[in-house]
Design a protein. Structure first.
Lengths: 467, 153
């Protein structure tokens, strides 16, 4: 029954999709076809459920030539259901539409032939085995690894896709080691490798040893490529020296424009010397003027993008001129708002007796003295000069924001405080605060608080406090 | 040829800092008895408050680290016939680069808006504008809070 099912699959397989692929696939497919019939193998016995499922899946999934969709379906089904589902789905996509043109490596063909010995069942078996082996780890990672080997780095377009998918999967795998993410990526890859008779496995028992060997090789390769991918991603620089082909594929993969390479080349900054080495783009003037000009323009556009995020409602606007207008409008509106609010402030509080001092004092005292708010102004507090904790400001603001409802004990400007040159005294980094005689301690507290606040906020200022 | 490209830094202090500065400048205003002079029209008062707001914002936002704040403070000081001395912590060499010859029409309106914008390169102008926008919005928030708090009493 197993064999018959496989035959069924195989037939449907070949007729539906397989014939389309020409390329270099002549070797593997015939082998696969032939050897598929040979396969009897015990491993299949252990997976009757899979086979049955395979049958159903084969029939349902096989019909549509849209491998991607079915593949996704298969792969999406995978994680929730675990082992059993995984393999039949994987195995049913035997000849992928984009069966990569596998290189005519003799070694590769050998391996392909060897892999072709097993049917979907054994493959499933192998997969299952791997899955069991590495259950805690990325179970899918293994197949992808093993699959990855068969895509050496220099083949044609389809191979680019495959390797891109592999790279993608590797990258995905390396970046996040969750099952779900691996699934779509590995799905693509398995598509390709399936054609070669499945990426990773041999027959169950006999193949395991060899598959392990393969896996080690593949892992090594994949690690290299994944490392390359990682380095590519992390550095954001595409070093030419490292994995040329991979880099190229990444370029194709990435949605960036043509200037990507040169952009990244520009950004392979060497922070040591503080310069950015700019490389002239292809087909552009290499005049030093124009290069500098280009750098400048790109700086400006970068800042424009930054501004675009800042100004609300500017996401759809494109173009420098319109953007500039928007920014100008926004700045003008903000300035007008400030003016309007200041007018409001002036009218709301004509005498400007804000009780600011009280506000400030209260918070400062609460913080510093830690006293209860019953007597917010302890009488004998020495005039200290504490570095204000950050909490002070927060308290101030929170009390303000809470609609200053309870003025504690209004302190109406009883203390004298002379600042050199008014409030611009701060600018000169010198503030002389003179406290008049007969200061009420609370006032001095408030003054000290305010002074301290000023000091805290102006780190560069030198403050002289003359009691 | 090109200088190092640092990421744009437009960090703005917390709202509290702005609030504190603004309140302080307001209280200073009051202490100066600025509003008791005979020519105390609402307009004058408004202007003073506005100026206080701007200056406090400039001080809160970056002090002398930002071009626009520096220009603002200098302008304010000039209005009061004071001289402002800025202590420069690090020596900043400003030498006319050839790329300084920007298109004069470029972002002219923005330059007029931003304090100190006339002397900046376009890219620098953008950066300063971003910071300025952030600070302005923060200041607006603070003032709004204050107005709400005071008017609710």
């Amino acid at each position: 029954m197993d064999v018959s099912e496989k035959d069924e699959l195989r037939n449907g397989d070949t007729t539906a999709n397989y014939d389309d692929e020409s390329a270099n696939n002549n070797n593997p497919p015939p082998d696969w076809r032939v050897s598929g019939s040979n396969q009897v193998s015990a491993p299949n016995d252990s997976y009757p459920p899979e086979n049955q499922m395979m049958d159903s899946f084969g029939q349902t999934l096989w019909g549509n030539n849209n491998m991607d969709r079915s593949l996704e379906m298969g792969w999406n089904l995978l994680p929730p259901k675990g082992n059993g589902m995984f393999l039949p789905n994987a195995s049913s996509f035997l000849p992928p539409p984009s069966m990569a043109q596998f290189p005519a490596d003799s070694g590769f063909i050998e391996r392909a032939a060897r892999f072709s010995l097993f049917s979907g069942g054994s493959f499933s078996d192998m997969m299952n085995h791997h899955h069991q082996q590495q259950q805690q780890q990325q179970p899918l990672g293994n197949p992808t690894e093993s699959i990855g080997l068969f895509l050496p780095s220099n083949v044609g377009v389809a191979h680019n896709d495959a390797s891109a998918a592999m790279k993608e999967s590797n990258v995905v795998r390396s970046s996040e080691q969750g099952n779900k993410q691996n699934v779509p990526g590995s799905g693509n890859v398995s598509e390709d490798t399936q054609s070669s008779g499945g990426g990773g496995g041999n027959g169950q028992k006999g193949g395991e040893a060899s598959s392990k060997g393969f896996d080690s090789k593949k892992r090594k390769r994949n690690r290299q490529s994944s490392e390359a991918g990682q380095s590519h991603r992390s550095q954001q620089s595409e070093e030419e020296a490292d994995n040329n082909g991979d880099k190229k594929r990444n370029d194709e993969q990435s949605p960036k424009s043509q200037g990507n390479k040169t952009n990244s080349g520009k950004q392979t900054s060497d922070p040591k010397d503080g310069y950015i080495h700019v490389r002239a783009r292809r087909g552009q003037a290499t005049n030093s003027h124009s290069l500098a000009e280009r750098v400048r323009r790109e700086k400006i556009s970068e800042r424009m993008k930054f501004l675009q995020d800042l100004v609300p409602g500017c996401n759809k606007v494109t173009g420098k001129a319109v953007m500039l207008d928007e920014i100008i409008n926004y700045v003008q509106s903000l300035q007008r708002q400030v003016e309007f609010l200041s007018m409001k402030l002036a009218t709301v509080n004509p005498q400007m007796d804000f009780n600011l001092e009280g506000l400030l004092a209260k918070d400062a005292l609460q913080l510093r003295a830690g006293t209860s708010s019953a007597t917010p102004f302890p009488q004998n507090m020495p005039m200290v000069y504490p570095p204000l904790p950050h909490g002070f400001m927060q308290q101030t603001l929170s009390s303000m924001g809470r609609n200053i409802s309870s003025p504690l004990s209004p302190i109406n400007g009883g203390y004298k405080r002379q600042e050199a040159n008014g409030w611009e005294g701060d600018l000169q980094n010198v503030i002389q605060i003179n406290y008049g005689a007969g200061d009420v301690p609370p006032d001095s507290q408030a003054a000290a608080a305010a002074a301290a606040a000023t000091a805290a906020s102006l780190p560069s200022s030198n403050m002289k406090v003359e009691p | 040829m090109a200088s190092a490209d640092k990421p744009i830094n437009t960090d703005v202090p917390e709202k509290d800092v702005f609030a504190l500065h603004f309140l302080q400048s307001l209280s200073n205003l009051r202490r100066q008895n600025a509003f008791n002079s005979p020519d105390d029209t609402t307009n004058n008062r408004v202007k003073k408050i506005k100026k206080a707001a701007y200056v406090s914002m400039a001080r809160a936002a970056g002090g002398t680290n930002r071009l626009w704040s520096r220009a603002l403070l200098r302008r304010a000081a000039k209005e009061n016939n004071k001289v402002v001395i800025f202590s420069r912590r690090k020596k900043r060499v400003t030498w006319l680069r050839r790329s300084n010859r920007r298109d004069p029409v470029d972002a002219e309106r923005l330059r007029n808006l931003l304090p100190g914008g006339g002397a900046m390169e376009t890219s620098k102008l953008m950066e300063e504008t971003a910071h300025y926008i952030k600070c302005l919005s923060m200041q607006v928030k603070v003032m709004q809070c204050l107005v709400d708090g005071l008017s609710a009493k």
